[in-house]
Design a protein around this ligand. Structure first.
Ligand SMILES: [Zn+2]
Length: 72
């Protein structure tokens, strides 16, 4: 299951860090951050609950970039 989310992040470097953090989160099959569009595209594992997984993604992203935001 694929979903897109609006994000806020200050630069492309932090966007890359968010992408890496999202990819490592359990329940995420793959994640791509588009800094120009300020979007995060997430492909979830089968059976994963997107809302629960995104909470963990946001936590992981805040560890690498405490100013970031993901709207979900
Ligand atoms: Zn930055």
């Amino acid at each position: 299951m694929k979903k897109s989310y609006k994000i806020e992040v200050d630069c492309a470097n932090c966007a890359n860090k968010m992408e890496d953090a999202a990819k490592k989160t359990p329940g995420v099959k793959d994640a791509v951050v588009n800094f120009m569009a300020l979007k995060m595209h997430v492909d979830f594992e089968d059976g994963a609950d997107p809302k629960a997984v995104m909470k963990e993604v946001l936590k992981a992203c805040r560890k690498v970039e405490d100013d970031c935001e993901i709207y979900f």
